[in-house]
Design a protein around this ligand. Sequence first.
Ligand SMILES: C[S@@+](CC[C@H](N)C(=O)[O-])C[C@H]1O[C@@H](n2cnc3c(N)ncnc32)[C@H](O)[C@@H]1O
Length: 398
Amino acid sequence: MSRQKLHSINEHFYNKYGMLKQDFKIEIDDSKNEQLLIDIENNPEVFEKYFKQFAVNETYFFREYLPEIFLQIIQNMENKNEVRIWSCGCSTGCEAYSMAVLLEYFFPDIKYLILASDINKSNLQIVKNAGPYTERDVNRFKNMPSVYNDDLTNIVKRYFYINENYFYVNDKVKAKIEVEELNLNLLDENKYIEVFDIIFCRNVLFYFNENAWDRIVPKLANALKIHGAFVVSPYETAKRKLLDYFDLAPVKSLTGVYYLMRRPLKNNINPAEIKNVMVKENKKLKTAKKIDLNDELKQIDELPKNYSDIAIINKKNYSDFVYYNFNICNCSIIFKFYCDYTLRLKEGDVSFKILKFEEFENCEFDENNNEYIFKNCSIKLFKKIIFYITGYLRSILK
Ligand SMILES: C[S@@+](CC[C@H](N)C(=O)[O-])C[C@H]1O[C@@H](n2cnc3c(N)ncnc32)[C@H](O)[C@@H]1O
């Protein structure tokens, strides 16, 4: 197959769906190529086969602290008369149905409607049928720490039924979900104006190229009511462009994950305004074996004023390390602190090429994991590293 023809498939996804250009190999028979672009559009199976090269459909119920974030948004809403929510890259609908069953269970008096949209026809069919979902889709929350685990177990018993080993959401909840095939990259800017109280767009923006990102984000912002909540994944939160339209709104949850609030005025954000929000330890999280988290956080809390533009946008505890996703000068960097005081640094959306960590004495680069390793990292060194990164990024971002 010629390079040019490969290129045409790549361009199709790049232009129509706003996907990032990928360095991928598609093996197709030369003679079928012309028909292929037509089939990609019209045949869901063909679409899915090639689409997988650009984006994944990964989703599951109650994903990434969804209950903690979502329930706080609802609690903080002033007007709960009729809540309109959009899951705008819904995959098979786990996100939309998670919100629906949480509302049914915790706020039975609230009227709500949820729009679930995507470009993937076969996934939308699963949303329409409210299943089939696998055991893994539904019960994955059990492997993750959450204050709501008992409630989620009750929720699954109450709102799901099982048919031939697959899970389905019941008809009452199914009736609350509107399903629409919608390409965010071609979204008409007049389609939704200040309609939604909440937009969930997690793990979707991630796949878009710069142009698509510029096109889509303002339209999604306009679709939200003022002060409405825009929820993205931690990596996506760190992107500077979002702050032109939204304020960071800290969720007092286990994770420190933010959601964003639609700003009343556009384009007036001063990045330095990002608040230094520290994550409070929650006793229900499993604590790392030898790390005294309280002490850890106290140390970070004591960072001098120079560090005011640092925020933790995500924190997770594993049995042998603590994971922090730090937002420093609007760039995201992942810190993994092991119980033997090894610190591993991984890039979020900042390129490590500009941060010359090798200048530090006891720093090694782990090529397999693409991480910098600092053995025996003391709090003093930890602070020095943060100071170094902050200073460096500030100077180049000026
Ligand atoms: C990884 S899934 C995320 C599902 C869900 N939001 C979650 O976090 O569990 C990404 C979804 O975005 C959808 N998507 C990708 N490009 C899109 C576009 N241009 N318009 C609408 N949806 C898109 C994909 O089809 C896929 O279902």
